[in-house]
Unconditional design. Structure first.
Length: 131
């Protein structure tokens, strides 16, 4: 009788395993706030993933971002039993370039900060490419 009631309510007799919660952490304030809030609510992700688009010789993030990831995010994840995965060009090579940043740079496709300007390596303002 119980199985008939469950089926009528749309419940499965064979519950599916819970899908893992994965947080893609960009290294900035917003994704870090999501991580902290999820922990506060008792619903932490199972895995936090950061994708480093740079290379040690050509970093894709500010030095402070890497420091924050090493000194704050990774230890916070460890304390709460959350797996922290740092994907970079060493663990996941980019074809035809030493990093995703270098690959995009060579093709003139660097993501833009602001409506149509970004800064090059020397700090000069450069117009974004259309298309």
């Amino acid at each position: 009788m119980a199985s008939i009631v469950q089926l009528e309510l749309g419940m499965s007799l064979f519950p599916r395993p819970r899908r893992p919660r994965v947080l893609s952490l960009g290294g900035g304030l917003d994704s870090f706030a999501v991580l902290v809030r999820a922990i506060q609510l008792g619903q932490p992700p199972d895995v936090v993933v950061f994708v480093d688009v740079g290379h040690p010789e050509d970093p894709g993030e500010w030095a402070g971002t890497y420091q924050h990831l090493r000194e704050v995010v990774a230890p916070l994840c460890a304390r709460h039993g959350i797996e922290f995965v740092w994907i970079d060009s060493t663990r996941y090579p980019v074809r035809d370039a030493r990093s995703l940043f270098a690959w995009l740079w060579a093709r003139g496709q660097i993501p833009v900060a602001g409506p149509d300007l970004h800064r090059d390596r020397q700090g000069r303002a450069v117009r974004a490419l259309d298309g």
